[in-house]
Design a protein around this ligand. Structure first.
Ligand code: MTE
Ligand code: MO
Length: 554
């Protein structure tokens, strides 16, 4: 059928319809994407061509471009990426369509290549099966049919005197010519028809356009809606009642809050908690499907269902976590009350073989994160968390199970949507970010931030309260100092220490004179190391440097 259509078009197209051809290309691409989305709703969300291509892009994007995107778009970087892919597809489709208006073979080859590229991307994604190719292939087939139907209307109505053009063409075009017409000369009869069958059938072009647009919208919309429902874990999350902890969190004294307006709240509400991950769509893993495998260099492999985890004694702890990508004074950090199973007990049960110095954890979406085995066994509150601030983990923060390890940056410890723990060695395996040049071991560097005042505020002269937070998880904070305009360091007042795994609020009463001023902060960790002044960027093991703000006092 496709060959028939093709021959018709090749025979009658008059050229000069490049604009309409471009539009046909865009409509065909929309149809392809819509149908593919619907197919992905049956297979799995990650099999959507846009998500698959986006995933490949995220994993392979050069570091400077990634940094630029994160700097420029922040937490919207994923939306921008998906929009960028869609725009790229539209532009490519318009070009292919415009070319196909005179040479339909370009359209056929173009759509096929795009479909194959997307299919290859989809099967290359973590946990993909061959089925993941289907949405892209089905979408490409639908796009091809849409393109050829549209191009046929560009070719105009069949010339009267020639009778049935389709039949004619079938009879007169050699098979080889039909397959590769661009390569050779057209038979005389066709060349003649080409010139005669000129008119662009505006009415059927518009009708076919409307039809393909409708198919694209309906299939795409239905696909999205089905995906959102079929793979939504909110039911699973709502059904989960968190168990009471065997070891509850030590009560936080009121004194952990320094009591200055404008300072970061001690506990970060879940909806305000920073989010950093490579997932273009939030993995949806229900508690009933959940299975955790602990294997590798262990005496006994363990397999645990979510029920198995729930039966184990849980600890509840307030812990601050932070991202290695946090800039000096940045906000990729937060504090929550985590509830979970101590990792040490699980690892002891599995029996860690000697020499297994790296624990590699894997997520359902294929992320790999490597943690020193020692950090999980040395008595700190490393856990498989299922609760965050009294609720099951939000989907974006790793539902149903994630790792939390005090003192290590997230990329070496905080695996979300966790499904696998493998005991291995640092020599044997480089996890995701280490492959991309980041340090294999990444303890949190001492950090301090001035929350208030800032450049947007112009406080009145007099005593201005300066306040912020400081952290050096698992080492604690023993001092915070502030200096004004490069003057002597002044001791800030420290709020109570919740634990050495938590950030600590601080405040300083600044006798402020009118005019512009520069405020700087530095912290000292528990062992007495002063936060270094030298500015280094987050790559490859975390930023250093003192945070400063410029404030104009009126
Ligand atoms: N599966 C998965 N887990 C992940 C990541 C990821 O990309 N995928 N990112 C890590 C990084 S870099 C950080 S800083 C923390 C952030 O956790 P949050 O989004 O809950 O704040 O998650 C970690 N866990
Ligand atoms: Mo991170």
């Amino acid at each position: 059928m496709i060959r028939r259509l093709y021959v018709t078009i090749r025979e009658h197209i008059s050229g000069g319809h490049r604009f309409a051809g471009g539009l046909a290309g865009v409509l065909a691409a929309s149809t392809a994407l819509g149908v593919a989305e619907l197919a992905a709703a049956v297979v799995r969300g990650q099999a959507s061509p846009v998500i698959a291509v986006g995933g490949v892009f995220v994993d392979n994007v050069p570091k400077p471009l990634k940094d630029f995107a994160i700097r420029t778009f922040g937490e919207n970087d994923k939306i921008v990426l998906v929009a960028g892919i869609l725009v790229t597809i539209v532009v490519l489709a318009a070009l292919v369509g415009a070319a196909a208006a005179t040479r339909p073979m370009v359209g056929i080859v173009g759509v096929t290549i795009l479909g194959l590229v997307a299919a290859a991307a989809a099967v290359s994604r973590p946990a993909a099966s061959a089925f993941d190719a289907l949405p892209s292939l089905i979408g490409a087939a639908a796009g091809l049919v849409a393109l050829l139907l549209l191009l046929r209307t560009l070719a105009g109505p069949p010339p009267r005197q020639q009778g049935s053009d389709v039949g004619m063409a079938e009879g007169s075009v050699p098979t080889s010519g039909a397959r590769r017409p661009g390569a050779g000369m057209l038979p005389d009869s066709l060349a003649r028809t080409d010139r005669k069958g000129s008119g662009f059938d505006r009415r059927s072009f518009l009708l076919t356009s409307a039809l393909t647009a409708a198919v694209a919208a309906v299939t795409g919309g239905a696909g999205r809606a089905i995906l959102a429902r079929r793979f939504d874990v909110s039911a699973s999350r709502n059904a989960l009642t968190l168990p009471a902890p065997a070891s509850p969190a030590p009560a936080l004294t009121a004194g952990v809050e320094v009591g200055v307006p404008g300072v970061t709240p001690f506990t970060t509400p879940n909806e305000d908690f920073y989010r950093v991950d490579t997932a273009l769509i939030v993995p949806q893993l229900s508690t009933t499907d959940y299975l955790l495998r602990i294997h590798g260099r262990v005496d006994r492999e363990l397999e645990l269902t979510f029920e198995d985890l729930l039966k184990r004694p849980m600890i509840e702890r307030d812990i601050t976590i932070s991202c290695v990508s946090v800039e000096v004074g940045g906000k990729l950090n937060g504090t929550a009350r985590w509830l979970g199973v101590p990792l040490k007990d699980l690892l002891e049960e599995a029996g860690v073989r000697s020499g297994a110095n790296q624990v590699v954890s894997r997520s359902i979406d294929g992320m790999t994160i490597g943690t020193p085995t020692e950090s999980l066994m040395d008595g700190r509150d490393a856990m498989l968390a299922i609760g965050m601030n009294g609720e099951p983990l939000p989907a974006e923060h790793g539902f149903p199970v994630r790792m939390i390890v005090p003192g290590l940056y997230g990329y070496v410890s905080a695996t979300k949507w966790l499904t696998e723990i493998e005991l291995t060695t640092f020599d044997d395996f480089d996890p995701y970010w280490v492959e991309r040049g980041w340090d294999a071991k990444a303890p949190v560097k001492t950090f301090s931030r001035i929350d208030t005042p800032n450049a947007t505020k112009s406080p009145a002269a007099g005593v201005v309260p300066v306040a912020g937070i400081a952290y050096a998880q698992h080492r604690g904070i023993s001092a915070v100092e502030v200096r004004i305009d490069g003057g002597p360091w002044q001791r800030a007042r420290l709020a109570d220490e919740g634990s050495i795994d938590l950030w600590r609020q601080w405040a300083y009463d600044w006798p402020a004179a009118p005019g512009p001023h520069r405020l700087e902060v530095r912290a000292t960790d528990g062992p007495g190391q002063v936060q270094p002044e030298e500015r280094v960027p987050p790559f490859p093991g975390g930023a250093t440097g003192w945070h400063s703000v410029l404030v104009t006092v009126t």
